[in-house]
Design a protein around this ligand. Structure first.
Ligand code: SAH
Length: 242
């Protein structure tokens, strides 16, 4: 059987990669993915054949990986974080009926929400909602409604794609929606480049977050009413009496 692994690398190359992901990369003859992610692993797997595509050609990348696998070469398509969280696992499985010869194995990875949470402390100890602020594939109206409802539900919010080159004001608009339901002192945090050499983070208030400049390498956390700052960590209490 021709195998295509769809592999989540974790947030920062080899550091937070699972054993299973590493095993899949070792098995594969061809490694496909976005150039930046391939560069994170190239040093460790120098003898593989590499096939990279620019950021915006996701479907081409999936198709190319499926074609490589169909031609009989064990292939891995790599994504950052987890392949099934705003990654390539979905589109690959949607295209899969056109490639019945290919067996697809999805290998999970540490997603940015979990890597970022560990850097900040323990913000996701209680119920949380993950949202992407990117309106490339989802209308802003839908994003706004989900933010609204998650804010009403007092979930801790974890925001992917908080900014893009095209739209810089998404995070400010998201904060305004949440500010209708939570105070400006609500504990928040952001983590940039989690698990990578240039990692940075900050714990701040919702009022401050509204004014913050974040980029597309950042994941943002907005606390619930119960979330506290303990020293320099962001912690949502589990609910135990201490
Ligand atoms: N599949 C990825 C998410 C892809 S969407 C995952 O599971 O993590 C891209 C968004 O993920 C970025 O805009 C950012 O919000 C987040 N992200 C990915 N890697 C990150 C990292 N190392 N540090 C912080 N945020 C990251």
């Amino acid at each position: 059987m021709n195998v295509l692994y769809v592999v989540g690398l974790g947030p920062g190359g080899s550091r937070w990669m699972t054993w299973e992901a590493r095993a899949a990369l070792e098995q594969a003859e061809v490694l496909c993915g976005y150039t930046v992610y391939l560069d994170l692993i190239r040093g460790e797997f120098p003898d593989k054949e590499y096939f990279s595509t620019p950021m915006t050609q996701e479907i081409e990348r999936c198709r190319a990986a499926l074609e490589r696998a169909r031609s009989g070469r064990t292939t891995a398509l790599v994504c950052s974080g987890d392949a099934g969280v705003y990654g390539m696992a979905g589109p690959v499985l949607e295209l899969a009926p056109h490639f019945p010869e290919v067996e697809i194995q999805v290998v999970p990875g540490v997603t940015a929400a979990l890597a970022g949470a560990a850097v900040l402390g323990a913000p996701l100890m209680h119920d949380f909602a993950v949202l992407s602020l990117s309106d490339l594939l989802t209308p802003w109206k839908v994003i706004r409604r989900r933010l609204e409802l998650a804010a009403q539900g007092d979930f801790v919010l974890c925001l992917y794609n908080p900014s893009s080159r095209r739209r810089r004001d998404h995070l400010r608009m998201a904060c305004d929606i949440v500010l209708a339901h939570r105070g400006p002192e609500t504990v928040c945090g952001w983590v940039r480049n989690a698990g990578r050499a240039q990692e940075e983070h900050q714990v701040l208030t919702l009022g401050e977050l509204r004014e913050a400049q974040v980029d597309m390498f950042t994941t943002v956390f907005i606390g619930s009413a119960a979330t506290r700052r303990i020293g320099d960590r962001m912690v949502t209490p589990r609910g135990y009496e201490l």
